[in-house]
Design a binder for this molecule. Structure first.
Ligand code: PLP
Ligand code: ZN
Length: 418
């Protein structure tokens, strides 16, 4: 039995029965996204540091009392979560702060943080007796859904924008999804999926409107806290598209604060690309979000109309954080740096959070005596086309040592002269 108490509208604050079946508030419409409310008093009786110390389940299910699912299906899922939290060895000496950590969520089963949401969607669909799940996605939501659903014997119907990267597309096909490419951008894919889901009555994994998905994403924050022995960093940085991931990060820390397991919620920085920064603009101009174009190589965060503006904005406001915007060039440089200095290969949208860190250090938003956790949301193998644009093609040699020596000497001289 889960500890969910009710579902509460993020706009009008009205509460609905947890079994109402609503995804959004009937009074406020599609923007009235619901928030899952828990009975923290009851959770406290079973969930604490001691419970976690005894817990050998190194997946998101170790946090089951804080999740909106029953335990019936969880033993059958892929192993999602408990990704490594790496303390920076070298990057921190180049762009210094008190302590720098990377939460490498590219190491999830389908290589992105989205697995945390998709596994919840798949379990919820099973619990409710659906046999097909659908979503529109710029890539990771879809590929993670396809993987997590196929593992549980569910069918998936996926709508992707025309420019979905080949790595993500090949995952979809490998996991047996039925894929429709929509001629247009993410907005077009979203709109067609919405119509199709209504028409066919499939389970809806569109992250913003399904209130349970943020609950999966929040486990990244639960893990960061636990991996730091509940002494959380001053800042947490994450890239932002629809706003669900950052909303989840906030919710995870919020839960732990309600349970008195952490002393404060870290200040959260949301990072967007300069080519598509509706949250950044709205935040700094103190106004509502407005539709923008989607002009960035970071496809996972190329979202012109964010579907979760309230939760995304609240995460930053309520944590006293901020939004930062970085150029595609900064993203690609951050990606190269991260690979070279820390051994982490991030896709552009994931390297974006590290680019945001570098900028926040340069702009002194983050002070030298503060600690930081940068969330790496997806693996670099998702989009090798953009990654390869950053590098020179390797030289082609014959099987001949002299040639190699000549070439290496030549390159060394070149580097000295540079
Ligand atoms: C989806 C995604 C994000 C952003 O999450 P939103 O919920 O859309 O804000 C960031 N990075 C990666 C790799 C993603 O797949
Ligand atoms: Zn409402």
């Amino acid at each position: 039995m889960s500890y969910v108490k009710s579902l509460k509208c993020t706009i009008c604050q009205k509460e609905y029965d947890k079994d109402s079946g609503f995804f959004t508030c009937p009074d406020c419409g599609e923007k009235g996204i619901l928030d899952v409310i828990y009975d923290y008093g009851q959770i406290k009786k079973v969930f604490n540091q001691g419970f976690l110390r005894e817990n050998r389940d190194y997946s998101i299910w170790r946090y089951l009392p804080l999740l909106p699912v029953e335990k019936d299906h969880i033993s059958k899922t892929l192993r999602v979560g408990w990704s490594p939290l790496l303390k920076s060895n070298k990057a921190v000496s180049i762009f210094p702060c008190k302590a720098l950590y990377f939460k490498d969520d590219g190491q999830n089963p389908t290589q992105s943080l989205k697995d945390r949401a998709s596994v919840i969607a798949a379990v919820k669909a099973l619990e409710s007796g659906y046999d097909t799940i659908s979503c529109s996605s710029t890539g990771n939501a879809a590929s993670s859904l396809a993987g997590n659903a196929s593992r549980l014997g569910l069918k998936t119907v996926i709508f992707v924008p025309k420019r979905a990267p080949i790595g993500k597309l090949s995952q979809l096909l490998a996991f047996g999804a039925r894929v429709f490419k929509v001629d247009g951008d993410y907005k077009a894919a979203y709109n067609l999926s919405k119509k199709a889901i209504e028409h066919y009555g499939w389970y809806n994994r569109n992250a913003a409107v399904n209130p349970y998905l943020i609950e999966g994403k929040k486990t990244v924050a639960l893990e960061i806290a636990e991996q730091l022995d509940f002494k959380v960093t001053d800042w947490v940085i994450v890239s932002v598209g629809d706003g669900c991931t950052i909303g989840g990060v906030y919710k995870g820390f919020y839960d732990l604060l309600q349970l008195q397991m952490i002393s404060h919620i870290p200040k959260i920085i949301g990072v967007q690309s300069i080519g598509c920064k509706p949250f950044f603009d709205a935040f700094h101009e103190s106004r509502a979000l407005e539709e923008v174009e989607e002009l960035t190589i970071a496809d996972s965060i190329a979202v012109g109309i964010p579907r979760n503006p309230v939760k995304g904005m609240n995460a930053v406001r309520l944590s006293y954080g901020t939004f930062v915007a970085v150029s595609d060039q900064e993203i690609l440089e951050a990606m190269t740096e991260l690979g070279k200095t820390e051994g982490i290969f991030a896709e552009p949208a994931a390297a974006c959070s590290y680019a945001g860190y570098i900028r926040a250090i340069k702009e002194q938003i983050i002070k030298a005596n503060e600690s930081v956790c940068v969330i790496i949301t997806g693996n670099g193998l998702k989009d090798t086309v953009n990654a390869l644009k950053q590098f020179k093609e390797p030289i082609l040699l014959k099987d001949n040592l002299e040639d190699l020596i000549k070439y290496i000497n030549f390159r060394n001289e070149e580097e000295v002269n540079e």
